[in-house]
Write a protein that binds this ligand. Structure first.
Ligand code: SF4
Length: 299
């Protein structure tokens, strides 16, 4: 069956948006990097930040991705049940990935499991990875794209703690993870922490926490306090830009939680690197789009 013109239009628009995200960091990440750049005082840390900003200028002027590792493409979809292209969305997301891979161009990062062969398209078994959230009584869709690089995916892990470990155990797990692995993820880091009931739910919540807008806090005062304390502790370690030491380690620490089984506490950690390439775009039912994460640019 031939794709409708709406299907094609959405795939092309989304493909352009994925390419944009690969080349331009979202506004909140840019603002936080600018802030942290101004805080560092040591020559090496200052020169690393200068290098990052020159890299971003070059990405824009030369129309190339911000990092050679364009990651594995992941989509987080919050779709209205009445969005007219809901049934076609999976195919649209795949086509957008292939289009962006050719147009941007993106490095080829999808390796088939067990055969260990690169597909050459950035599309493969369950890739692009898609997480769905269906909203009733809505005819629009919000799509968040994230480019999961190798280095920033490396520290990701989750664990299920026994009852007595408590929140102290959760915080220890976060610090052990970042101290051991954070340097591989090109700091300054965005650290997402998920408090769940099993390893899967904790891991998913940690990814959603990592993607949350920088500068936002969890609305629960205790969770917000946990975010603040973990951030202070991680900054005190002083990873600095690219781990060469400095006054700051993180762009932000975000915690998300869910009701959990009383006898266990699932804890997940997901880390984003300084080049935290993600972006949000909304489409209405007529496929008119609004970019939420990137202002002042056009597709
Ligand atoms: S961690 Fe991020 S900045 Fe570093 S190589 Fe990977 S994608 Fe690029």
């Amino acid at each position: 069956m031939e794709a409708s013109s709406g299907h094609q239009l959405m795939a092309e628009t989304l493909g352009k948006f994925v390419s944009l995200v690969s080349k331009r960091l979202p506004d909140d990440v840019m603002a936080k990097l600018t802030e942290l750049k101004g805080i560092e005082t040591e020559p090496l840390a200052k020169s690393l930040y200068a290098c990052m900003f020159e890299n971003m200028e070059k990405a824009e002027s030369l129309n190339r991705p911000t990092c050679q590792d364009t990651g594995v493409i992941q989509f987080f979809v919050r779709a209205g049940a009445k969005f007219p292209y809901l049934g076609e969305l999976r195919g649209i997301l795949k086509e957008a990935t292939i289009l962006s891979t050719k147009q941007a161009p993106l490095r080829l990062n999808a390796v088939e499991p067990f055969d260990e062969k690169n597909t050459g398209t950035n599309v493969g078994t369950k890739v692009p990875w898609i997480e769905w959230d269906i909203v009733s009584d809505d005819d629009s869709v919000e799509i968040e794209v994230y480019m999961a690089g190798g280095g920033c995916s490396l520290p990701g892990r989750s664990i299920v703690l026994p009852p007595l470990a408590g929140y102290e155990g959760a915080v220890k797990f976060v610090f052990d993870t970042i101290v051991e692995w954070g340097i591989n993820a090109c700091p300054p880091l965005t650290v997402g922490v998920g408090i769940g009931t099993c390893s899967t739910s904790a891991a998913k919540l940690s990814k959603m926490a990592m993607l949350r807008k920088l500068g936002s806090s969890n609305p629960h005062p205790r969770a917000a306090e946990m975010e603040r304390r973990i951030q202070e502790g991680l900054d005190a370690i002083g990873l600095g830009p690219q781990g060469i030491s400095g006054h700051r380690s993180v762009l932000g620490v975000h915690v998300e939680g869910m009701a959990h089984h009383p006898s266990v506490l699932g804890v997940g950690v997901t880390v984003g690197c300084w080049a935290n390439r993600h972006g949000i775009i909304q489409f209405n039912k007529n496929l008119q789009y609004t970019m939420i994460s990137h202002q002042g640019v056009e597709l």
